[in-house]
Design a protein around this ligand. Sequence first.
Ligand SMILES: Nc1ncnc2c1ncn2[C@@H]1O[C@H](COP(=O)(O)OP(=O)(O)OP(=O)(O)O)[C@@H](O)[C@H]1O
Length: 956
Amino acid sequence: MFRHPLRSFLPAIAIVVSIFSFAQLLGGTRLRGLSNEVAADLAARAAAAVVEEPEVPEPIVKPKRTRTRKTTTETATAAQDTSPTIPAEGSVPAEETSTKPKAKRTRKPKAVKKEEDEIDASQQSRSPLAAEILGNLARFPHCILLTRVGQFYESYFDQAAEVAKLLNIKLASKSWGGKRVLMCGFPIMHLNKYLDILVKQNKRFVAICDEFMRNPTLGPKGGFDRRVSRVVTPGTLIDEPFLNAYENNYLVAVASPKDEPGSIPDGEPSSKLGLAWIDVSTGDFFTKGTTLDELRDELVRIGPKEVVLDRSLQPLEQHPIRQVISDESLFVSYIEIADTVDIEPPSQDPSTQQPSDDLISKPESPRPESLVQPLEASEFSAVQLLAAFMHAHLLEHMPTLISPNREVDSGRMQIDAHTLRALEIRESMREGGTAGTLLSVVKRTITTSGTRLLTRWLCSPSTSVNEINTRQSLVAFFKQRSHLRADLVQQLGNVEDTTRIIQKFLSGRGDASDLLAVCSTIGVWASITSRIQIEKEAEIQRREVLGDDWTSLNMLLTGMCDLRSLADSINRALVQGDAAYASTADVPSSGIREGTTDISDSDMDTLLSSSQNPARHVASSTRQEWSQLGTRILDVTTAIYIEEREAFEALRNQVKSQANDLRKNARILDELDVTLAFANLAEELNFCRPVLREDTSYAVVDGRHPTVELGLLTAGRTFIPNSITFTQNEPLHIITGPNMAGKSTLLRQTALISILAQTGSFVPADSAEIGIVDRVFSRIGAKDDLFRDRSTFMVEMLETAEILRRATPKSLVIMDEVGRGTTVDDGLAIAFATVHHLLSVNKCRALFATHFHEIADLLGYTDDHKGRGEFSGISFFCTSVDEMEDGYFSYSHRLTPGINRDSHGLKVAQLAGMPTPVLSIATAAMSHLKAMKNGERGERQNLQAIGQMLASQQHP
Ligand SMILES: Nc1ncnc2c1ncn2[C@@H]1O[C@H](COP(=O)(O)OP(=O)(O)OP(=O)(O)O)[C@@H](O)[C@H]1O
């Protein structure tokens, strides 16, 4: 830490100050059991009291002003064992969770209480705390207000009842201005625990009113002020310990392109909308232009913790934007841009751009000017809305907004909302957790920020062959060099979450331990680059020439900035191992406390008891001298503190000024982490490198489903691989087969392989050649949505309609059992029409699994397992059941050309333990039904004729 020459005397100084200031102020109250933090706080307050100036806020409740500070101490001490009936300003509120023993209530004689009430009444008009609280409640009417009073955060008036209930803490009351006022509170060290409950769990806004030194140059002597420095909302968390570091915590604004603030976007599906989203804790900031039609997909992909809309939408519950947000159960907030002055959009200067999400192929990031496209009007509105919300809530912790990363549809594969869920890319459908998801299977990243990047890539794969190839080259490079891979993975374990730390500095929060983290990470970056350099030199020595496969890594690393001088500055100022000391910008009252935390309880006790020991009791004149000495020492302490603070501030500014370079290096390391992870994955699970093309081909030989395969492996079973080939002339496959024979698995694996390939990963197959997919759509399984008056069949139809409207010739569609939720005739008719539309209108690659084997006849099924005439682009494949003579059977899971007209549903019923009488009746019924169908000779031929006739007709 800052090694000011006098710092080593601080413990002694603090002790002396504590003893002689406190002993007098507390009237000999014993401090036994006082925590360091409390003791240190009291030291600062007591120190302030020694030189108390007239503007120090007056007490509200206590009748005798001279006892105010003493009351603080008494009640704070009492926090260990009692809860006062009438808490005073700076006193212990009635926090006590159920785990704590019930506090004794000490009733005051009625006469005393009456007197207090009267005094309260007389003091009400000049009660600074009451005025502050009432003022803040009026300024932040939508928030729960937590006001710091000494070592506690307190809530007052009616709000206290709600807070006490939500936090399960005791509700008390105090007398203020002759009235009983409700109050509750908790010790400051529990703030994060309770913010988690209020903000994350209950989605409440919390305005935090902290204490700050009135004049930092005077230190605590100058007294303290209170002000709301931040409103914590679900989308504006900065470095709260309850944040999941492996996930982004996004705040997203949705706006219409209208220039006028407050204009209501029209409800047309094609109406343009702008999105701007930021993770306040990491600074990851993006914009995108979209349409109302695609809003749901975008929001589900981004997964925001909070959505910001213009206030004009608040009363319009039925507005389509509101509907999407409510359907997806997203938390929404409103703001008026007009309310907020001076909202500067982020700079368009490329030098202030944050690194793009695809550094390998664009190593010169920040992106060159030519690539920086101006924001659309709708995006600009969204940025304004987002900035307005951030200003209004982050207040003093508002970070500098750098230019956002602008997303464009053409650069990313679009995965619609249903598909993201159905393919379980990020979240599992069953428990909503991550077990069994694609992310959980492929995740080999070491760092938290690398994992966040991996998640973004998986949810938004690239559509640029160049970008994908560069990522794959890097994976191939590391796959071939296992020693280098292992060394780098080990070093990544020492990398701190730099983007998050930088953001702390940019929002005025970084402390000394964060400086140390920055410093050590710069060191790790240096050792990673030097390890790579060693590898390079060894290779040149061995082969006399550097392999072409170094190109991608060289490209990535050219973007690394040399930040050793920053590390040196930090190193010079800090001494490792003393990171507990932390300074803050505007010095909340905790600033000085931490400088005095060296006082141990036992030190205190020893010195206090020695001062109370009659044998060593100092004479009162000596006491006077010591007291003066204490005051002088305090002056020195303050001077030290101020110097340290200035030194710290200088370092902090240095980090801020190099924030862009730090951020860029961190992002490069994230990409290194992800590509190393892909290399490990390919090695461990035997994945192959796919070839990506700019066409609509798809040829995967012996592909596997990554998560099902892993599940089977752990159960000692083997996954049966299958091959799928789409060509331009045969883009659609119909899959039939028994229940439980692997149809859905095949559909999913086909989509997952293309997603993995376009993410830059290798894929679970023997070989793969894949034409770039612009959008993946799926219609797999469906749950009903009775809450929104939608039956299972309705949900199925909504999803199918969406796909048929939006799939393009470059899309990949997987559809499982469309039409199963209604009668066979209705279902078959819908399935047939859907296939026809996919083939003739969407013209996309599609896998269509069904139990309606009659569809094959409608599509003109021929002996070479293809459709006829209009349907010649359709190929038929099936799975089957291998039946043994002894009545046993097994699923082959192997895909073969053809059609399987037997669903073997009764076998699954038997496996599921259906009662024997039910099974025998079902078997008898089945044979009757088959006999009836066989009687209708010519049915198949009739269906074929109908199918061709329908396809050749013009339909509106
Ligand atoms: N290729 C495969 N190799 C080995 N086991 C497989 C394979 N495909 C699927 N399975 C196993 O079979 C189970 C059922 O697969 P799936 O759900 O894909 O069948 P389905 O044909 O879609 O069934 P249904 O028609 O009843 O929906 C899977 O959970 C998995 O355990």
